[in-house]
Design a protein around this ligand. Structure first.
Ligand SMILES: [Zn+2]
Length: 383
């Protein structure tokens, strides 16, 4: 049965030309074909086609499994081999969690109409099964955002566009615009964390309307009345993530992606770790106060990419007393013992502890655009 997803959209309005683009992802990901895609040979050569549809630079963000490496380390795995998987998590569930980790950067979608033969209608489009279409749409969205198009919560707007160029950049722990104050960005991040965690606990089910989660900042995020968790996350491919247990791990993967991004210097400026404890959670360390959230469109793309290098990731994992992996493992500990949201909320409140709630968002001192190009601050709405 074919489902019309939340991400279904009347897109493809205009395919304009080529933006020299980078993306608002932090750590890179490496999309992998599902087992079904492998069987029917759809994956080959998907990456070449992605480059053809998008640009070398855009495609480059989908060639390095950095988010996956973080997730594997969190689960204490080496490659696919989990030596000491977190309590309550089966080795076989690693793939569901990795799929969630990748979702923030590559949410699948369905088009109701299209103007290019490269994009089919009424089929789930992923970066793997229609890479050229995916690349063209991504590049087009970037171009349109630069010329003033807003991507917000209008019905049927692709999450792919909103998460990279619009009001859902909190999926990467980033601000949507220069006008957004740190407290507002944090509020959105905390709301999404609550949404994902309650889904992971089974307190919100796949059939729940996203307008009725009971989480204030989430209920206004999607306006199409048939939008449910099912349509948000579960596409026809890959089929293996459809059962509830795996959907729960998938949601934890989405949450881990967002938090992991907050440890990328190009996304969030954190203060030094001084060994301080969390203010309201005993026995947990503050991983560095958040000084400001960054806005991608104000940044120099080369500098942003440098912050995503393997060296930067190795530094982040190995240098700090409380690393991105430590924080991820702590989050998974809460999940493993099925702690209520209120408990995890206390910890995440510490992970995102703000030095100044009124701090404005910006490019970050090391990431300022070098060409002095003025940015239209109206380009990116803050929902
Ligand atoms: Zn990201």
């Amino acid at each position: 049965m074919r489902r019309i997803m939340i991400l279904s959209a009347v897109v493809a309005s205009v395919f304009v030309l080529f933006a020299i683009a980078d993306t608002a992802v932090a750590w890179n990901i490496q999309s992998v074909p599902s087992s079904t895609d492998k069987k029917i040979g759809k994956f080959d050569p998907w990456f070449k086609k992605l480059k053809r549809g998008a640009t070398e630079e855009i495609a480059g963000h989908y060639a390095k499994p950095q988010h996956e490496e973080i997730a594997r380390l969190i689960l204490e795995c080496e490659g696919d081999n989990c030596r000491f998987p977190q309590p309550g998590i089966q080795k076989s569930q690693l793939s569901a969690m990795l799929a969630g980790v990748r979702w923030n950067d590559t949410p699948p979608f369905t088009l109701l109409k299209t103007r290019t033969s490269l994009c089919p209608t009424e089929q789930v489009i992923t970066i793997i099964n229609y890479p050229e279409c995916w690349g063209i749409l991504f590049k087009d969205a970037k171009k349109q955002a630069e010329t003033g198009r807003k991507y917000g919560n209008a019905p049927l707007t692709l999450v792919l566009y909103r998460s990279h160029f619009g009001d859902m950049q909190f999926l990467h722990s980033m601000a949507s615009s220069e006008q957004e104050r740190a407290a507002e960005t944090k509020q959105k991040i905390m709301a999404w964390a609550e949404f994902m965690y309650k889904l992971a606990l089974g307190e919100i089910s796949r059939g729940t309307s996203i307008k009725k989660t009971g989480i204030g900042d989430i209920d206004g995020l999607f306006t199409y009345r048939y939008d449910t968790i099912q349509t948000l996350f579960v596409s026809d491919a890959p089929r293996e993530y459809k059962d509830d247990e795996n959907l729960h791990l998938f949601a934890m993967g989405v949450l881990i992606h967002m938090v992991s991004d907050s440890f990328s210097d190009s996304h969030v400026e954190r203060g030094e770790q001084l060994g301080q404890n969390c203010r309201n959670v005993s026995g947990k360390h503050n991983p560095g106060w958040v000084r400001s959230f960054h806005v991608y469109t104000l940044q120099d793309s080369a500098a942003h990419s440098e912050a995503e290098s393997d060296r930067a990731l190795a530094y982040q994992i190995n240098y700090f007393e409380t690393s991105v992996v430590d924080v991820g493992q702590t989050i998974m500990e809460y999940y493993s013992r099925k702690a209520p949201w209120e408990e995890l909320k206390g910890y995440l409140d510490c992970v995102y502890d703000l030095a100044d709630p009124n701090a404005p968002a910006g490019p970050g001192s090391d990431y300022q655009k070098k060409d002095n190009k003025t940015i239209d601050t109206n380009i990116l709405p803050s929902s």
